[in-house]
Design a protein around this ligand. Structure first.
Ligand code: HEM
Length: 151
């Protein structure tokens, strides 16, 4: 059972972080080169909207298998301790992504519509940096998992 849960967990994380990596390192830089602001916003809504749907499914799968693994390995007690840096970071990253996706619509309507003084270019620059932060945290959680498990 452990190997099955771990495989599904790691595959969900690969697909999820692969998507975050693509959006961060390919999609945002390509969009930065698009001159027309309206085209930029439409492109963003199309790609990010599709990606968010996929990410939601992978986050649910990674979360369900992650909590099942915590239960199965008895590592609940490791959370928020020095021997549980890996699982603590995983839960932190998972919660952060879940909150962002949960409040995504409100966040976007605030960024793109609420504040009139924010130009789309500034919003996209902020979103590009924010995606880098999410990507680095996600990779750090994955590296910590492998490090603690096999180091
Ligand atoms: C609710 C969120 C999560 C929980 C509760 C959770 C929990 C766990 C647990 C208990 C293990 C097994 C550790 C062991 O065998 O001692 C594991 C493995 C792993 N997790 Fe998570 N995880 C979560 C989210 C994530 C995230 C967000 C990532 C990376 C972005 C991640 C990456 C990994 C990796 C790569 C492994 C395999 C480590 C290895 O054995 O090589 N997990 N997770």
């Amino acid at each position: 059972m452990h190997a099955f849960l771990l495989s599904v967990h790691v595959l969900s994380v690969i697909l999820w972080m692969g998507g975050v990596g693509f959006v961060t390192t390919v999609f945002f830089p390509a969009m930065a080169k698009t001159e027309d602001s309206l085209q930029k916003v439409l492109l963003f809504q199309k790609i990010e909207g599709r990606f968010a749907k996929q990410a939601r499914a992978f986050i649910i799968l990674a979360g369900v298998t992650g909590f099942a693994l915590l239960f199965e390995t008895g590592r609940w007690g490791d959370l928020f301790t020095s021997s549980g840096v890996d699982v603590t970071l995983m839960v932190f990253v998972w919660t952060l992504f879940s909150l962002v996706l949960l409040f995504e619509k409100r966040l976007f309507s605030y960024l793109f519509g609420g504040k009139k003084d924010l130009s789309p270019d500034r919003v996209f620059r902020f979103l590009a940096i924010f995606h880098w932060v999410l990507l680095v945290l996600g990779l750090a959680a994955a590296a910590a998992g492998v490090w603690v498990g096999h180091g």
